[in-house]
Design a protein around this ligand. Structure first.
Ligand code: FES
Length: 107
């Protein structure tokens, strides 16, 4: 299964720069030749006040309040490095709900 990096593109996340974050991630993934991972937009994760929100699937890492300065660490994680704990701030029950949705193949 291809790995997916979902970046919320709804109004709140977008107003905090999620479009730029998605484009930058897409560029970096392409530059590094990471063909097993696709960076895609997502409609809304329901944590709009915590955005920009980025979710890695199937590894189930949810990064909130992502800024451009965080992308180096997120890219390290994508390439096999450590989970970026400081960005993992979302409530467990909401994470589980979204992960269940993703399990059903709703992207
Ligand atoms: S606007 Fe991004 S989670 Fe809702």
């Amino acid at each position: 299964m291809k790995r997916i990096c979902l970046v919320c593109q709804n109004v709140d996340c977008k107003s905090r720069g999620s479009e730029e974050i998605m484009k930058e991630l897409q560029q970096r993934v392409a530059d590094q030749g990471l063909t097993d991972l696709e960076v895609k937009p997502y409609l809304c994760f329901g944590a709009c006040q915590e955005g920009p929100n980025v979710v890695l699937y199937p590894e189930k890492s949810w990064y909130a309040g992502v800024k451009k300065e965080d992308l180096d660490d997120i890219m390290k994680h994508i390439a096999g490095g450590p989970h970026v704990t400081r960005l993992d701030t979302i409530d467990t029950s909401l994470k589980e709900l979204i992960y269940q949705l993703l399990e059903t193949g709703v992207f």
